[in-house]
Design a protein around this ligand. Structure first.
Ligand code: FAD
Length: 425
């Protein structure tokens, strides 16, 4: 039987270990020393590095990468199951070597990098010796790449990059930045002269590239190949976000259910009020739908490719922001006044829902992708009536039984009565 929703026991053991490890090691670190996993401070490294080593010892480091690139080669489906746990904890993706934006950039390097580029950037990124950022969006428009203007001009044995980028996440802390130009994808060390980072936004940086010079070898993939590389990069990034969103909504759901069983109102525990039950029932169904969509998409990527799974990835993208918005709102609401504070994770989760609908492409654009691709499998009907127009279908079907209808008056009457019954307007 090919359909199987079970997890193989050996991997389940790994997942159980991950759940304990995150709860007992990563969550305390997040609560007491937030940001330690990302920090270059030697004291922070002393706290985080031994945890990263434990992950490596378990063979779970950089789970998204194939074996020949230094990952365990488990594929996207297993990564999805892992991310359903990691997504609950702020620094878990870094401690497991699977954090954005580095993962997408590494996938791009792995797919398109030369041996020299992999040596220079991919392996150091995998080992977190360096960190990266991705510079695509421009201030004048993010959703439509045809509006982008940043370009690279060849000058002798260098490329000269000129343009402006907006919302480059972690750009100010990255060692290298992948810059999408109209004529190619380029790797730019952050310290390169001419690269100016504006004061704000603080986390997602506004960067001006003013005649930034990089060697010819910093072009990644073919000249004019930026859009193809961007699709490769963003597809992987989106599905990873969706996997972690499943973790977030499951956390919200756990909190909602615990609260429903703990709080009394009007003579009974609130879990016994039907509108609270409706919130729980709707959330359960929506989370299950999102989760199955994400797992199915991950399975499809493993069995074909990221490119071939574009429609499903796009569907995950806007479904996750919707489910996150709905479920985190219900959980926050059931938590009452406490839910509106930052004393539980719910307020930040709910506030993050709009971001999910914008980052990595706005929901509308992904819906357009899905609708366009789905419609390729359809054709307009011939003639005036839709294919499922019952009188036409019945006339066709009657031909199959013509002999019977002619020879048996009872069957003829039955067929005529059925025809009249469905002919009512
Ligand atoms: C937290 C966060 C992190 C990010 N990190 C990065 C990063 O690291 N690197 C990077 O390059 N970018 C990054 N971005 C930018 C992100 O990719 C863009 O914000 C996104 O592509 C949308 O572009 P925009 O903000 O210019 O919105 P716009 O393109 O101006 O869109 C605004 C609104 O217009 C409407 N709209 C736009 N196009 C259509 C359409 N075709 N059909 C219908 N309606 C439409 C939608 O309502 C949309 O929400 C990040 C964004 C966020 C929020």
């Amino acid at each position: 039987m090919a359909w199987d929703f079970s997890t193989e026991p050996e991997f389940q053991q790994q997942l159980d270990w991950v759940a304990d490890f995150c709860k007992n090691e990563i969550e305390p670190l997040d609560l007491v020393f937030p940001g330690a996993a990302y920090s270059r401070n030697p004291k922070a490294k002393e706290l985080a590095d031994p945890l990263k080593q434990q992950v490596k010892d378990r063979g779970l480091w950089a789970l998204f990468l194939d074996k020949d690139l230094g990952g365990p080669g488990f594929g996207q489906l297993k990564l999805a199951l892992l991310n359903e746990i990691l997504g609950r904890y702020r620094s878990a993706p870094v401690i497991f070597g699977t954090a954005a934006p580095d993962t997408g950039n590494m996938e791009m390097l792995a797919a398109y990098g030369t041996e020299e580029q992999k040596r220079k950037w991919l392996y150091p990124l995998m080992n977190q010796e360096i960190f990266s950022a991705y510079s695509m969006t421009e201030p004048q428009g993010g959703s439509d790449p045809s509006l982008f203007k940043t370009r690279a001009d060849r000058d002798g044995d260098e490329w000269v990059i000129t343009g402006e980028k907006w919302f480059t996440s972690a750009g100010a802390h990255a060692d290298i930045i992948f810059v999408m130009c109209t004529n190619g994808m380029f790797v730019v060390p952050r310290e390169t002269p001419g690269l100016h980072i504006a004061e704000y936004p603080a986390l997602h940086n506004h960067i001006r590239y003013d005649h930034v010079r990089v060697p010819l070898g910093n072009l990644l993939g073919p000249e004019d190949g930026a859009r193809v590389l961007a699709q490769r990069r963003l597809g992987g990034g989106r599905i990873h976000h969706a996997m972690r969103t499943v973790a977030q909504v499951k956390l919200a759901f756990d909190m909602m259910c615990e609260r429903a069983l703990s709080r009394q109102s009007h003579g009974k525990v609130i879990a016994e009020h039907q509108m609270v039950q409706e919130a729980i029932a709707d959330s359960y169904a929506e989370i299950s739908m999102l989760r199955l969509l994400v797992l199915w998409t991950a399975w499809t990527i493993d069995n074909s490719s990221t490119q071939a799974s574009r429609t499903q990835i796009a569907a995950c993208k806007y479904t996750m922001s919707k489910v996150l918005r709905e479920v985190s709102y219900r959980a926050l609401h059931i938590m009452g006044s406490l839910g509106t504070t930052n004393l539980t994770p719910l307020q930040a989760m709910y506030a993050g829902a709009p971001t999910m609908g914008i980052a990595d492409g706005v929901d509308e654009v992904h819906k357009v992708t899905v609708a366009r691709n789905v419609l390729k499998g359809y054709e307009p009907h011939a003639g005036l009536w839709p294919t499922e127009y019952i009188p036409a279908k019945r006339d066709e079907a009657r031909k199959k039984f013509a002999g019977l209808i002619e020879s048996d008056p009872d069957l003829a009457a039955w067929a005529d009565t059925a025809a009249r019954a469905t002919a009512r307007g």
